[in-house]
Design a protein around this ligand. Structure first.
Ligand code: MLT
Length: 411
């Protein structure tokens, strides 16, 4: 008899976005003529920048010639890409990182899930609430979340750090010490941010309590306010206490191409069961070299092209395109008297549901009455109840059309 990892059986039947997809498909079957606009999953709609496409073509051609063909690449990623990341994402911001601290991967979601491989099952985990479901679900799979409480919302071994309008979406430091703390800023799903001084509080807390911060910076490219840090390593001491995850998905439209990277600093303080310090960078390297054969050469060449001057201009134009959607959506919803958060330094708008409607009820009304798909806040955790997320990643025309439907909506 072969036993499975029973933790998987504790999970809700499907992942949030698969669940929403099912509901939308059912709606479309019943209403085949409805033109449904998706402002649900944060998937990009702009085509890949031409500088990136050119680099892809060139790399594809190289693969077709005996003298430029490449087989397995380094599992950690090619140096040509690591060096660009080092200079543009870190050195230019005054952050000292070394190339062997950068691990190129197929995206932040994979690394955020896989990082649990090198961390003990006994660690106590804290998550901000609402939260990107991957952090919670992968800890359920890994056996760190305990079991689901009666309310069907809280896992009994997780520490929840509520972020709601009442605390301005700024999580309070935990009263019970966690070993691992997930932070995502700019935040998915609320679209809110942490100032430098707020983030410093977390780094100081983690240093003092010997906790590990898993910092998801997938949306850093959407920051334009200078007081908001792009990397946790802009805060002194963070290299001893944090791993940072980055993604090209939203920054450069790579949701389909797949590429991101993770920084595991050599100074990071992690310990074995005898309380001896271990080299986390080496550990992650060991994990990656065993379980991962690296991102394809052509995709890494594509990612490298993002950092060229023309590549930068082109990806900035797409980011501006999405942020214009965010501004338009935000203003239109506010004009309808709704309470809106986020959307200034992030591509997500967090809407307070009107008249005390539940997240799912508001989701259903938006879908049935406006033919617009959002994401119910409760899907991101208990403190998401009473909210709904809209993404700014839609096409401009669809965003404008959504706005006109919302303006004429009998709310
Ligand atoms: C989201 O909608 O939250 C994101 O698209 C999910 C992801 O990046 O995996």
């Amino acid at each position: 008899m072969v036993s499975i990892n029973d933790n998987y059986l504790k999970l809700p039947e499907s992942y949030l976005f698969s669940d929403i997809k099912k509901r939308v498909t059912a709606f479309k079957e019943l209403h085949p003529d409805a033109r449904v606009i998706s402002l649900g999953i944060g998937d990009v709609t702009r085509p890949i920048a031409s500088a990136v496409i050119d680099a892809l073509h060139e790399a594809v051609n190289e693969m077709g010639h005996a003298d430029t063909f490449r087989g397995y690449g380094p599992e950690q990623g090619y140096q040509f890409l690591q060096e660009k990341i080092l200079i543009h994402d870190f050195h230019d911001r005054g952050v000292e990182i070394e190339t062997d601290e950068i691990f190129i991967s197929d995206g932040a979601k994979s690394d955020l899930g896989n990082i649990g491989d090198i961390l003990s099952v006994d660690n106590k985990v804290a998550v901000t609430d609402p939260v990107y479901p991957v952090y919670v679900d992968t800890n359920v799979m890994g056996g760190r979340a305990g079991s689901l409480e009666q309310d069907g919302q809280h896992w009994n071994r997780l520490i929840y750090l509520p972020c709601t309008a009442e605390n301005d979406f700024i999580p309070e430091l935990p009263s019970e010490r966690p070993d691992i703390i997930y932070l995502c800023y700019p935040n998915n799903p609320t679209g809110t941010t942490l100032s430098r001084s707020e983030l410093k509080k977390w780094v100081d807390y983690a240093l003092e309590n010997e906790s590990l911060i898993l910092f998801d910076a997938a949306y850093e490219a959407f920051i334009h306010d200078e007081n908001i840090p792009h990397s946790i390593y802009e805060i002194e001491g963070a290299k001893e206490t944090a791993i940072e995850f980055r993604s090209f998905s939203k920054t450069a439209g790579f949701t389909g191409l797949r590429c991101g990277y993770t920084i595991v600093p050599k100074e990071l303080k992690l310990y074995n069961s005898s309380a001896e310090k271990v080299n986390a960078n080496k550990l992650w390297n060991r994990r990656q070299t065993t379980k991962f054969n690296g991102v394809s050469y052509i995709v890494q060449r594509a990612a490298e092209a993002i950092y060229s001057p023309i590549g930068q201009t082109q990806i900035r134009a797409s980011i501006e395109y999405y942020m214009r959607n965010a501004r338009l959506l935000k203003t239109a919803l506010q004009n309808r008297g709704l309470q809106i958060y986020g959307g200034d330094n992030a591509p997500y708008i967090w809407v307070k549901t009107p008249n005390g409607l539940s997240s799912w009820k508001f989701f259903d009304r938006l879908l049935h009455e406006c033919h617009i798909v959002g994401t119910p806040g409760i899907g991101f955790g208990p403190s998401g109840e009473g909210y709904l997320r809209l993404t700014a990643f839609g096409r401009y025309e669809d965003t404008v059309e959504s706005i006109s439907r919302i303006q004429n909506w009998n709310l």
